[in-house]
Design a protein around this ligand. Structure first.
Ligand SMILES: Nc1ncnc2c1ncn2[C@@H]1O[C@H](COP(=O)(O)OP(=O)(O)OP(=O)(O)O)[C@@H](O)[C@H]1O
Length: 260
């Protein structure tokens, strides 16, 4: 499976929530670019606006200021070719639909014919190691497997831009490591552009080519760190690399200072 990746530019992006007379300025004047085929992680202190940023890029929230461009063209709403994976797989999968039907869901309204749809579903489930689970219901699977189904659903859509919002925050440590390796492998195989939100600094350094550190709200980009680790990564060697430890320490310091 191959698809062209999207490039993304975020310009002067701001989002203020207004409820009645109260307003909360969550993000303020964010500027950054993500190149086609890049994997960028976003971290920051709790409540700094990571989810707001991701939902705004996904077109689920309307920005208060600024604009998004994808492949150089201004977009409002969801950028074409975008798929999102959320943290709460339990809420993003329909319990009354079998795994295969959950994965096929986003293909129903984009003119993918029945035979092609079945091929894509099978391929996507194979890619996440769940070829045998197509006829199961989500509730018959473990949390990690359910999150794989959510990833397969995104892949079946063949996204050009994959947005992930703390996708592994609700699974145990070993499953999390496996899912990180899965996403890293898929990113390398498919060449898709990935924006990955996480509160876990180690995860950001392990996966990212670049890490954007947000400040406390109204958040801005506090720092942009290039992860100059070898492209071949594995949980034991990479995490023991002195450069990995130096990068995580550097990001920790930025987050601590920006949280003050
Ligand atoms: N629907 C909403 N209405 C009003 N304020 C909101 C809403 N959603 C988020 N906020 C506020 O916007 C700010 C940023 O929230 P957001 O959830 O984007 O941060 P986050 O970095 O993802 O948080 P966490 O690290 O805890 O996941 C917070 O102050 C939050 O209270």
């Amino acid at each position: 499976m191959s698809q062209t990746a999207a490039s993304l530019s975020v310009r002067d992006l701001g989002k203020t929530y207004t409820t009645g007379t109260r307003s909360v300025r969550a993000i303020d004047n964010l500027n950054f670019d993500v190149a086609a085929g890049e994997l960028v992680c976003v971290v920051g202190p709790s409540g700094c606006g990571k989810t707001t940023l991701l939902r705004t890029i996904a077109g689920l929230l309307r920005p208060t200021t600024g604009e998004l461009t994808v492949d150089g063209r201004g977009v409002t709403g969801t950028p074409p070719g975008t798929a999102v994976v959320f943290q709460e797989y339990g809420r993003s999968l329909f319990p009354w639909l079998r795994v295969g039907d959950n994965v096929a869901l986003p293909l129903r309204d984009n003119s993918v014919g029945g035979a092609e749809r079945r091929t894509r579903v099978r391929e996507a489930l194979e890619q996440v190691g769940l070829a045998d689970a197509e006829r199961s219901y989500p509730w018959q699977l473990s949390g990690g497997m359910q999150q794989r189904v959510a990833i397969a659903r995104a892949l079946a859509y063949r996204p050009r831009l994959l947005l992930m919002d703390e996708p592994f925050a609700a699974v145990d440590a070993q499953t999390r490591a496996d899912l990180e390796d899965l996403v890293y492998r898929l990113w390398r195989d498919l060449g898709v552009t990935v924006v990955f939100i996480t509160h876990d600094i180690d995860e950001a350094v392990y996966l990212g080519q670049r890490v954007l550190v947000l400040s406390a709200p109204p958040s801005r980009i506090r720092e942009e760190i290039t992860v100059d680790l070898p492209v071949e990564r594995d949980q034991l060697t990479t995490r023991a690399d002195p450069r990995f430890l130096a990068l995580r320490t550097q990001i920790h310091q930025h987050i601590r200072e920006s949280g003050r």
